[in-house]
Design a protein around this ligand. Structure first.
Ligand code: IVH
Length: 670
């Protein structure tokens, strides 16, 4: 395709997506995909200036007003911002600022709130109008809807500096994440429309003919800019203006910072990129603005965006991709979990090919169907999720997906109990369950058998060598060497780690046994309370429930598990094999050093080195053999190790003598 044809195509695509985003609140591409189209168009226009036209979408902001609300002309246009998608681009912008401007540049860093830009108008201190950005020149009159937002002041506080006769304050209307989730839950329950994200729900809530509907939605507002102003004080800095807005009663985001170097600006961006999910509202970047208003004047604006500000955009956390199929996996408890098989897509920092769909009700509520284009979201540490289908892209005739009636692994019936959301395969011999149980036994939090991963377990259970966890300990070198991918060295390594697993403490074995409701924390509590598996086998349900942090539910489940003759027989097999049944007994010392790391070096008058370390561990602390950044204290006796001492000094770690150590053991502080 030649450049002219591609430019034409990109323009019509961008116009189409503008309409979906700004007018219909139903975007069908993610922001990142939209941005990519604009960037490609801009690059082509840069390379072929003859193709640039004044009506190109690169020359003006997106939205165009629709007829639902009366038009409002912005006396001062509502511009959009240029974007930086990497630190390099941000750096290039910053360097340009510092070259262009006479004198030092201070930057104001603000969170880029993912909401709806709004211009609020006040006359003689009274709220008179609210307008959306629209195309930047003409927006929509949403005065009555915005009046219902509690955070938007209706009368300004009489600040010392006086109130302008006319004042336009610009900012972002947004919906807190918790309110968005609650709204979608309510919408789902009443069969209403679901919103894709908080931004769309804010837009949809504003775009209501009836303001009483908007009033029921939890919307809020952050102020960050001025529009047209008549009278009132003048400012020399943006930061001063923000402080003044706060005094007038506008909500101004508390995380705004004025910084004087680009390095600090990067650090701010990095910090909020990492911590964005700690906020109760969504942000999609950081807006960096030149603080000095005279410098802003020097820089001026292009037709679309000011030169004195830039939006540093975070990498996208939502992407569209093809839902190839919906499959069901069977877990170690028999739980049948539907999951989406996706065309792999890079989102939230990694490539996602599968995403959980949780349970039958979730698939029904989302109504995603194999063949749909779906929105995939991966935010922070959260597991990837399918948000929903892009309905406008659904091919005609796509069939609704139904939960299978039989287990995909053993063919047995799948059961969903009354009043529960989960579906189960109830066949204990189901190959998928057997394999998942063995895999769990060998997992990190349980017996930690390196090399006993999913593939190996499937091979071992598939050919019948392993049916229960005790079978793992009967495996021979010859048997392992026959498995695909195994040679003598790898087989020996696996046998060694199987052998080593016999010595794991009691709580790991309890975790690995796959007892319903007993996770690793519960297992630790049970192990700590009883100290030996035989005492657990002998304990009554009441005795179990009386242990610290063990409730009725866990107690009943543990009792039921060990009362089952098959499980009891398995325990006896493990005993014969020589698997350790003992665990740490209940601590007798108060756990004043829990979470602390204390290194001991040299001999202390009252203690041997070992005794000192024991004393630390008995109080919940750790006592590793070397000093690192994670060390909290270094205890120094006679003839200490020179390396440890100098490392401690270098890292600025507090060094304690014997009396300070005694105090530390007693109170947890030196
Ligand atoms: S300043 C001329 N500050 O981002 C400067 N915008 O891509 C205009 N936004 O339309 C905007 N948080 O809807 C500014 N702290 C912030 C912002 C912010 C979010 C939005 C706003 C604007 C868009 C530009």
């Amino acid at each position: 395709m030649d450049a002219a044809a591609r430019v034409a195509e990109l323009r019509s695509l961008i116009e189409y997506h503008n309409r979906r985003y700004f007018e219909l609140d139903e975007p069908e591409v993610s922001d990142a995909e939209y941005d990519e189209l604009v960037r490609e168009l801009r690059a082509l226009e840069d390379a072929h200036p003859d193709l640039l036209t004044p009506d190109s979408p690169t020359q003006r902001p997106g939205g165009a007003p629709t007829s639902l609300f009366a038009p409002v002309t912005h006396a001062v246009p509502m511009m959009s911002l240029d974007n930086a998608f990497s630190f390099d681009e941000l750096q290039a912008w910053g360097k340009r600022m510092e070259r262009y401007i006479s004198g030092d540049v201070d930057y104001v860093c603000e969170l880029k709130i993912d909401g709806i830009a709004m211009s609020l108008r006040y006359e003689r201190g009274r709220y008179v109008q609210a307008a959306t950005r629209g195309d930047g020149t003409t927006g929509e009159d949403v005065t009555e809807n915005v009046r219902t937002i509690a955070a938007v002041p209706k009368a300004l506080k009489n600040g010392a500096a006086g109130i302008p006769t006319a004042l336009e304050v610009r900012g972002e209307v947004y919906m807190p994440i918790a309110s968005f989730t609650a709204l979608n839950e309510a919408q789902g329950a009443s069969g209403g429309r679901l919103f894709a994200n908080p931004r769309n729900s804010a837009a949809g809530s504003l775009r209501q003919k009836d303001p009483s509907i908007t009033a029921k939605r939890d919307l809020s507002f952050w102020a960050y800019q001025l529009g047209a102003v008549e009278g009132g004080p003048t400012f020399t800095r943006h930061s001063e203006m923000l402080a003044w807005l706060g005094r007038l009663g506008f909500p101004v985001n508390p995380n705004i910072e004025t910084l004087d170097t680009l390095d600090d600006v990067f650090a701010y961006c990095q910090r909020w990129m990492a911590n964005r999910h700690d906020l109760p509202y969504e942000i999609d970047g950081v807006v960096v603005k030149v603080d000095d208003l005279a410098q802003r004047g020097e820089l001026g604006s292009t037709s679309k965006a000011p030169r004195w500000a830039i939006a540093f955009k975070f990498p996208p956390e939502e992407r569209n991709t093809l839902l190839k199929d919906i499959l069901v996996s069977i877990g170690r408890t028999g739980k049948a979990t539907p999951f989406a098989q996706l065309e792999p897509v890079f989102v939230g920092g990694s490539t996602v090919g599968v995403a959980t769909l949780h349970n039958e009700d979730q698939v029904r509520a989302k109504d995603v169907r194999p063949g749909d284009t779906v929105v995939v979201r991966k935010a922070g540490d959260v597991i990837p999720e399918v948000v929903g289908p892009v309905l406008s892209k659904r091919p005609t005739g796509l069939r609704k997906w139904h939960f299978p009636k039989t287990c995909p692994s053993c063919g047995g019936p799948l059961q969903r109990l009354e009043g529960e959301s989960d579906t189960f395969c109830t066949n204990l011999d189901c190959p998928a369950q057997v394999a998942a149980r063995i895999e769990h036994w060998g997992s990190r939090g349980a017996m930690d058998i390196e090399g006993l991963g999913e593939k190996t377990v499937y091979a071992l259970t598939g050919n019948g060598l392993v049916r229960t966890v005790s079978d793992v300990y009967a495996l021979t070198l010859e048997q392992l060497m026959q498995l695909e991918g195994f040679a003598e060295i790898s087989a020996r390594k696996l046998l060694d780690s199987i052998e080593a697993s016999k010595a794991r403490p009691l709580d790991r074995m309890l975790t690995g046994l796959n007892i319903r409701h007993l996770g690793s924390e519960g297992a630790k509590r049970v192990a700590r309370a009883f100290g030996h598996l035989d005492r657990i086998l002998d304990a009554s349900e009441e005795e179990l429930a009386a242990a610290e942090g063990v409730g009725q539910v866990i107690a009943a489940s543990v009792r039921e598990f060990f009362d089952n003759p098959a499980n009891r027989a398995e325990v006896e097999r493990l005993r014969e094999i020589g698997v350790n049944f003992e665990g740490p007994a209940a601590p007798t010392e108060p756990q004043v050093l829990a979470g602390k790391s204390i290194v001991v070096t040299g001999t202390l008058p009252g203690y041997s080195r070992e005794a000192a370390e024991e004393a630390i561990k008995a109080r919940g602390g750790k006592s590793p053999g070397s000093v690192s950044k994670k060390t909290d204290y270094v205890v120094v006796g006679e003839a200490p190790g020179a390396a440890k001492l100098s490392k401690a000094e270098e890292l600025g770690i507090p060094i304690l003598d014997e009396p300070a150590f005694a105090r530390l053991l007693e109170r947890g502080e030196p």
